[in-house]
Design a protein around this ligand. Structure first.
Ligand code: ZN
Length: 77
């Protein structure tokens, strides 16, 4: 199985990666801030510098979870 296919299957089976600290934080964020139907929500997860994800392991920090605002800025045109 290709790496991309394996990754897609993992995301399908485990939409929020189990065993990583950020999973519970993202789930809590979504409970507190339910997505509005018809809108798009992108959430950023910001890990501590020493977090295991940067070494190919699991998230073992207390990451910040917050929405990413991609609202276009008219001045950028
Ligand atoms: Zn982390």
């Amino acid at each position: 199985m290709s790496a991309a296919r394996k990754a897609r299957r993992m995301m399908r089976d485990n939409p929020i990666a189990p065993g990583h600290n950020y999973g519970a934080k993202v789930e809590q964020y979504l409970r507190d801030n339910p997505p509005v139907p018809g809108t798009f929500l992108e959430i950023g997860t910001y890990h501590d510098d020493w977090c295991g994800v940067f070494k190919g392991g699991r998230c073992n920090c207390d990451p910040d979870v917050r929405p990413i605002d991609r609202t276009p800025d008219p001045s950028a045109n």
